[in-house]
Design a protein around this ligand. Structure first.
Ligand code: TRP
Length: 434
């Protein structure tokens, strides 16, 4: 018996859910930090051009394949040709490995929410963070707690769980981000921060910067893991792919830029170096909040912001795996959610212990946490995206016509999809492995 596939209840819910997937720690941390390191304005300009003309292609591929085949990632590639089924599995493996380190960060976020909520602020966040993250019980417990909180939404299904979560959390997220950005703009370092962010420094324009921008663009749009494909499979029949893809890109970029407007003024007001992700989020920022007027409040809403960003992305990661288990093993949604949760729990424990007990346990010279992060972002992501583009462009009957139509623009997309984007992805892949 064929069970009717779930559908988003409205177009706007579909957009909110895909934006919820795309907007995550990648926007709030990775983007401002990478932009800062790569010359500010010139990076922003390059990023915008790349995302608008290059990343739009794999994004349309995933949405298009989802809409045409209305199946999970594995069955989609199997239907195109049974020879391609492995690509579906590759996507599912990747998207199951990401939460194993992403949710460890989720656990830290829960801990900081508690710290700011109870106003038990430590004197020195640098010492506090290394002490906390190297413990055995608490970080593991909070990782699992974050995992269970996330899993509750796909457990309840598309309309009652995922859609509701996104429809409540994403507006809250946007409001908090706007409040924090406005607050940041009142600080003394605001002007310096904005200049740093928007003034192009052409000396940074080189190959590495372009590839970094492209890697970031792919990561932030959640491309290459079958997630957008899975969300696309719940799309209504009359949804326009190209328009939806551009809406997603605009929202995601808007939020990333707003995150920069929030962070750089604070960073410059305190004379902190805009350093790497984890330390900035869990050491410098809380330290600065603890010194500001109403700091406990702003600290709390800052971590609430990170919480909403990470949980809506986390939901989409889990849903991709769950949908694949439901469709391939013919099990119920509840059973699929429990199995997915168990797998992530088992792998995320050693990832969480990478900062203490297992800090000397290294595979390929990396801790479990770093290995998961590195292999998914730098290898699997561009690799899967490359194969998705090749299969959509070369092996899916009438794909271009169905997704882009038959006008002049479609011809440009045709050339991009078949030749230019795959070539560029090969370059990203080579540079990522080095
Ligand atoms: N886009 C997410 C972020 O910016 C991260 C991410 C990468 C992701 N791949 C994903 C999220 C797959 C969900 C599914 O943080």
């Amino acid at each position: 018996m064929e069970i009717k596939r779930a559908q988003w209840s409205s177009h706007i819910s579909f957009i909110i859910a895909t934006v919820g997937s795309a907007v995550g720690l990648g926007n709030i941390w990775r983007f401002p930090y990478i932009m800062g390191k790569n010359g500010g304005g010139i990076f922003l300009l390059t990023y915008l051009l790349l995302i608008a003309f290059i990343c739009i292609i794999p994004l349309c591929c995933e949405l298009g394949l989802g809409k045409i085949y209305k199946q999970d990632a594995i069955n989609t590639f199997n239907t195109i040709n049974p020879k391609f089924k492995w690509l579906g599995w590759l996507c599912i493996i990747t998207v199951t490995l990401i939460p194993c380190f992403y949710f460890v960060v989720g656990g830290w976020i829960l801990n900081y929410i508690w710290v700011f909520l109870t106003s038990q602020l430590p004197q020195n966040f640098s010492i506090y963070f290394s002490q906390f993250s190297s413990q055995i019980f608490m970080p593991c417990f909070l990782t699992i707690l974050f995992l269970i909180m996330t899993a509750m939404f796909p457990f309840k299904g598309i309309n009652n769980g995922i859609e509701k979560a996104n429809n409540i959390m994403m507006p809250l997220f946007t409001i908090i981000l706007i409040i924090l950005s406005l607050f940041a703009l009142t600080l003394p370092g605001a002007k310096e921060g904005l200049i740093f962010m928007f003034k192009p420094d052409f000396s940074h324009f080189d190959k590495t910067m372009i590839l970094t921008a492209l890697g970031q663009a792919l990561f932030t749009l959640s491309i290459g893991m079958g997630t957008i494909l899975t969300y696309g499979s719940y799309m209504k029949e009359n949804t326009n792919i190209v328009k939806s893809a551009y809406t997603l890109i605009i929202c995601d970029t808007f939020i990333a830029v707003l995150a920069g407007i929030m962070i750089f003024p604070i960073v410059f007001s305190f004379g902190v170096e805009p350093s790497a992700g984890a330390t900035l989020a869990f050491i410098s920022m809380p330290q600065m909040f603890s010194q500001l007027p109403f700091g406990a409040f702003f600290g709390l809403i800052f971590f609430a912001l990170l919480f909403f960003a990470s949980i809506t992305s986390g939901i989409s990661m889990m849903e991709t795996t769950i949908a694949a288990f439901i469709d391939n093993f013919n099990i119920s949604r509840k059973k699929a959610t429990i199995i997915t949760t168990a797998i992530i729990a088992i792998i995320s424990i050693p990832a969480s212990l990478s900062f203490g007990l297992l800090s000397n346990f290294k595979i390929l010279n990396k801790t479990v946490f770093d290995l998961l992060d590195y292999s998914t972002s730098n290898i699997f992501l561009p690799l899967n995206t490359l194969f998705i583009c090749l299969i959509a462009g070369w092996f899916t009957p009438d794909f271009i016509k169905k997704v882009f139509g038959e006008n002049f623009i479609a011809k440009i997309f045709y050339i991009l999809l078949k030749f230019i984007v795959p070539l560029i992805l090969i370059c990203v892949l080579i540079s990522g492995i080095n």
